[in-house]
Ligand binder design. Sequence first.
Ligand SMILES: Nc1ncnc2c1ncn2[C@@H]1O[C@H](COP(=O)(O)OP(=O)(O)O)[C@@H](O)[C@H]1O
Ligand SMILES: [Mg+2]
Length: 453
Amino acid sequence: MKSRWADAGDSDASDDGGRGPQGGGARGDRAKAQAPRSKRRRGPSADAGASDGTASDQAAHMGDVRDGSPAGTPEPAASAATAVAAAQPVQRPPPLVPFIRPCRSVDNYEKLNRIEEGSYGIVYRARDRATGEIVALKKLKLQNETNGFPVTTLREIHTLLMAKHPHIVDVREIVVTPSLSGIFIVMEYLDHDLKSLMEDMPSPFLLSEIKTLMHQLLSAVASLHRNWIIHRDLKTSNLLMNNRGRIKVADFGLARRYGSPLGPITQLVVTLWYRAPELLLGATTYTTAIDMWSVGCIFGELVNKEPLLPGRGELDQLSRIFKLLGTPSEATWPGFMDLPLAKTVHFKQLPANNLRTTFPYLPEDGLDLMAKLLTYDPQQRITAEEALRHPFFTNNPLPKNPDLFPSFPSKAAGERRHKIPVPEAPHAHQDLPAGSLFDNQPAENGAGFRLRV
Ligand SMILES: Nc1ncnc2c1ncn2[C@@H]1O[C@H](COP(=O)(O)OP(=O)(O)O)[C@@H](O)[C@H]1O
Ligand SMILES: [Mg+2]
């Protein structure tokens, strides 16, 4: 029987790239990483918000991948030896690395409808044939690869499997088409992404609702950062939301683990509107603070129900940032003038901060948090842990109980979504050299400053 998924994403029918089932390096050996849920690492804050029911949802899934697993850890037999062992706690390494085992076939799922086609994959709504459960399948795009299994795909799978948290989308397994030409991430299904949802909402979220959503987002980001993961593409279309007031961070296509010391890593990350100024100015090393800038942009979007800094190009993006926050200087951002593009661009001195006029109804505590997230100097920018302790979340009005959130009709469950014209994240494998920032946009005139020649 021909797999109904064989034609998944007709437009990318050449996924295979002309390579047979044995081609493509790691793809040929069928050994794919899949984490038994019971063995996956939970971040230290994995329990934060567990009372929302997601943790038990997750536990309910455990059986379907653990049962019958040859890789499963056998239960220790009760014996005198174990009694002794119990007295001296056994030092087991943390279950960091998912066990290697064959992936199941995608035919275990029935395709229902296509939800969205993004930059890295096509996402479908599907039904688990065994349990009837509705899930989301993201088909990973592989067609441009000539050097075996794409590292971006490996990163996406790896970081998602590592990053277990009630507010990070839950991955059930990785499945493949019989010919191995298609690889899918099977995730829990959520009714909305925050971007599409806000476009359809007649009015913005209430302040108490924004507090709930921001707190959930910050708890997920804090967990990622504690686990040495930078997401690198936080934006409203990568935040999924269910009809019970819970958001979950998704799309780990650009995420990566980092270590100390930080080597030079690609600048070309984060969708333009959410991109931190240090990246726009050509910094070759960066920290988790780039995610915090994106969180600030998301906060602004939640408050005003429109993107905060919708730049048309990198120069325009910088210009919009400077208009909102004032032009940075060595005083406000020590080291600013050492950034590669700070030397080549002449900046008009724009007066300080327009945050209050941009958010006229946001209370002082909210404005303070916004300013701390949108701080120029990455070293002074607030961390996720610090932001979680900000009085914004404990002052009145208090965050709304997620169960009291209104529910919204789900576009994802019905027809295919219309593509919204938002810029996409840069492709992770495109490592551009420093200084290429303004290539291909000679006609762009940033308000307030010009390129030095
Ligand atoms: N688990 C899911 N449940 C429901 N919709 C999803 C899910 N994952 C992704 N989507 C939808 O698909 C879109 C694209 O998915 P994403 O993982 O962001 O892919 P891309 O890397 O192509 O941006 C999301 O913006 C969202 O609308
Ligand atoms: Mg995305």
